[in-house]
Design a binder for this molecule. Structure first.
Ligand SMILES: Cc1cc2nc3c(=O)[nH]c(=O)nc-3n(C[C@H](O)[C@H](O)[C@H](O)COP(=O)(O)OP(=O)(O)OC[C@H]3O[C@@H](n4cnc5c(N)ncnc54)[C@H](O)[C@@H]3O)c2cc1C
Ligand code: SF4
Ligand code: SF4
Length: 375
């Protein structure tokens, strides 16, 4: 069926049940008839159609012409080529394995921000600046349920510096931050930043090119997080607790630097080989081709030799402009990406590994690599 007619029926067969669905929730928040819901319990991160108006596989609103879910989905058909052509006037070249953008290193100058964040605190510094300087009204981020001891990541809205710092740091289970969109809008936000991994970071771009209306306009800034995978919640009990005796309530921070690093309340530091964690990979990540959040305005990661710096890829004019303001205001300090050639090499390598996961039967674009990099 032509793209301009395709709706939930096509999304269900071509994405939701084909292995391509990442669980980003873009279709759920874009649906104007509220017939899509989202399953996040028991490790399932999937949209589903309420048992009204067309049942599980169909949609009566879609039959009458509504196509919002396929307009919003960053894995439907030729998503990558469409976004790139809209933004760059061309498709990605094969060599551009991590997308298009300039690499640098950055960190927050405010020590409180840096110490409370995952790597260099760049994302938090950016959000605080954007909120306090009338660039955005709210940001969709990931918090933790309750007092944080359950380590259950949940989408939430940041409107103040305090909200940003309460949600700083990385959780390695999934958080479909887009689900906080309605909450942000109900609070009056019109310019909304989205923080998310590549699967979510392509949603605003695809919504813009496929003209998904108000939601496409409101998602006005996208901050991407580099990402190879997220894990099922079972990793806490079945790996950390069962094999290493680390109770989830004891964990204060986690990071992945080629190895799972875990800090606990008693001041201890634990290292767990990543290969032991692979069995807990979330299903929605298995075919994901986008390590570097290629369609964000600015992408950020923790790879590299400098632990308290964030690796930053500036991708759009808007991202470049905002970065310039952050530097001018003294909110961040930067250094060239060339200071850490190993990080840039690893960025290429991990981006290549992710692209090879995209299924051969799907549109070929996201799998494309330079000939020298195949195999
Ligand atoms: C699941 C996941 C996997 C990652 N994998 C890699 C990787 O393989 N290589 C790499 O270089 N970098 C990876 N990162 C990025 C890295 O961990 C840092 O987020 C990034 O370097 C920014 O650091 P910062 O100090 O500037 O961020 P901070 O200032 O600490 O801000 C981090 C932001 O991320 C949001 N966030 C935290 N957890 C989640 C989540 N689960 N889902 C959505 N949003 C979240 C927070 O709410 C906050 O807004 C990953 C991040 C996540 C969340
Ligand atoms: S990838 Fe995202 S938008 Fe597409 S079907 Fe899955 S949850 Fe919906
Ligand atoms: S690997 Fe990361 S970016 Fe890809 S689907 Fe999983 S969480 Fe999203």
């Amino acid at each position: 069926m032509a793209l301009d007619k395709a709706h939930w029926r096509e999304l269900f067969s071509e994405v939701v049940t084909s292995g391509l669905c990442t669980g980003c929730a873009a279709c759920v928040v874009a649906c104007p008839h509220d017939v899509l819901d989202y399953e996040s319990a028991n490790g399932v991160y999937r949209p589903w159609h309420l048992d009204i108006d067309g049942g599980r596989e169909g949609c009566t609103h879609g039959d009458k012409g509504c196509t919002m879910c396929t307009r919003a989905c960053p894995r439907f058909r030729n998503w990558e080529a469409e976004i790139d052509t809209h933004r760059l006037g061309r498709e990605r070249h094969d060599e551009e394995v991590f997308g298009v953008g300039d690499v640098l290193l950055a960190r927050a100058t405010d020590l409180e921000v840096r110490d409370g964040s995952q790597d260099g605190g760049f994302v938090s510094a950016l959000l605080i600046y954007a909120l306090e300087h009338d660039v955005i009204d709210a940001a969709l981020v990931s918090g933790l349920e309750g007092d944080g001891t359950s380590w259950l990541a949940q989408p939430c809205v940041a409107r103040t510096r305090e909200d940003v710092m309460a949600s700083a740091g990385s959780r390695y289970t999934y958080s479909a931050n887009l689900l906080a969109y309605q909450n942000a809008v109900e609070g009056g936000a019109e310019r909304i930043a989205l923080v998310g991994m590549g699967c979510m970071a392509s949603a605003p771009g695809v919504m813009q090119v496929r003209k998904a209306g108000k939601i496409a306009r409101r998602l006005s800034l996208t901050v991407g997080l580099l990402c190879s995978k997220t894990f099922d919640d079972a990793i806490f009990e079945e790996l950390f607790q069962a094999r290493y005796g680390i109770a989830r309530a004891q964990i204060v921070k986690m990071n992945i630097k080629g190895i799972f690093q875990i800090w606990t309340r008693d001041g201890a530091f634990h290292e767990i080989p990543l290969k032991e964690a692979h069995a807990f990979t979330r299903e929605g990540c298995l075919h994901c081709p986008d390590f570097a959040a290629e369609h964000a305005d600015i992408s950020t990661g923790g790879i590299g030799a400098f632990g308290d710096w964030t690796l930053v890829i500036v991708r759009t004019e808007q991202g470049r402009d905002l970065l310039g303001h952050l530097v001018a205001a003294g909110a961040i300090e930067t250094r060239p990406g060339d200071d850490d050639p190993g990080a840039v090499a690893l960025l290429h390598k991990l981006a290549r590994v992710s692209r090879a996961r995209w299924p051969e039967g799907a549109v070929p674009g996201p799998r494309r690599l330079p000939l020298t990099l195949h195999g």
